[in-house]
Design a protein around this ligand. Structure first.
Ligand SMILES: NC(=O)c1ccc[n+]([C@@H]2O[C@H](COP(=O)([O-])OP(=O)(O)OC[C@H]3O[C@@H](n4cnc5c(N)ncnc54)[C@H](OP(=O)(O)O)[C@@H]3O)[C@@H](O)[C@H]2O)c1
Length: 251
């Protein structure tokens, strides 16, 4: 089994990568920074590519190199099961329209939407020899409910949900389905992104106090616990039965 994980350098992505590696699953991690701790622990199983996924031109250039196919293997050597976890993302820019810097906005959409869609397409093309292909987008409750200050983030996560719904329809045209996909909300997880949310200016993000309370009262999930749930579901027979799901409603 082999897995591609974006945003494996920290937070939820690092925990997902660690969980996969602990199960002897080879991982190709894509992020701007390397994950030295996992590289030391799993020197033979972890490969890493330093990529700014907020730069879709740079990603396109990388996708035209043999890197992805080299990792997955040639058609006759592609493992039975291959996985893509589109996890890298940003909550920025936070704030109403007139305070959204256009360059940051473009980079956020490139990272949160462009990169996962480009990786999904390239993954599908490069993994054609594999019998079992699974894609998990890491979405958010913000893709399903609107929050003041998060118009860019909400729109980008809603795009992932709708992408998964349409890709699932394409996949279902083949028997058996050509791949499985799910856009998954991971719950509220104690990562750097949550610290960034709590550091928001309250005038830009009126729900800041709610997130401070959740942290203070110990209601954030650990990245490790959430990663365990996500990987268990990803590898289960149930995966792909619903194109959009929430980790808090899996049972
Ligand atoms: N934490 C939560 O409560 C929560 C809730 C709902 C959804 N999510 C979603 O879960 C996912 C992971 O979030 P997290 O909380 O783990 O955030 P995080 O701690 O900020 O980690 C983000 C990851 O994405 C990577 N990344 C960010 N910008 C990148 C870029 N330009 N190019 C390549 N990689 C980039 C980072 O790597 P580098 O900095 O090394 O590039 C890092 O590995 C995100 O999609 C987020 O929207 C999180």
């Amino acid at each position: 089994m082999k897995a591609i994980v974006s945003g494996h350098s920290k937070g939820l992505g690092a925990a997902i990568a660690a969980h996969l590696l602990a199960q002897d699953i080879a991982v190709l991690g894509l992020a701007r920074q390397r994950n030295e701790a996992l590289a030391q622990q799993y020197p033979a199983l972890l490969k890493q590519a330093a990529l700014d996924l907020g730069d879709n031109r740079a990603l396109d250039a990388w996708l035209h190199t043999p890197a992805l196919r080299d990792f997955l293997g040639e058609a006759h050597t592609v493992p039975h099961t291959v996985l893509l976890i589109n996890n890298a993302g940003t909550v920025q820019p936070v704030g109403p329209l007139a305070r959204q810097d256009s360059s940051r906005l473009a980079a956020a959409i490139a990272l949160n939407v462009g990169a996962p869609l480009m990786l999904a397409a390239a993954f599908a093309a490069a993994s054609e020899g594999a019998a079992d292909r699974r894609i998990m987008h890491i979405s958010s409750g913000a893709g399903r409910n609107a929050y003041a200050g998060w118009s860019v983030y909400c729109a980008s996560k809603a795009a992932l949900d709708q992408h998964a719904r349409a890709v699932a329809l394409d996949a279902a045209l083949k028997t058996p389905p050509s791949l499985r996909i799910c856009s998954m909300a991971p719950g509220i997880v104690d990562t750097g992104m949550q610290a960034e949310i709590r550091a928001s200016d309250e005038s830009a993000f009126p729900m800041k106090a709610k997130f401070e309370t959740l942290k203070r009262d110990g209601h954030l999930a650990t990245p490790q616990a959430t990663a365990a749930q996500l990987v268990e579901y990803l590898l289960s027979d149930r995966f792909g039965t619903a194109p959009v799901a929430d980790v808090r409603q899996l049972n």
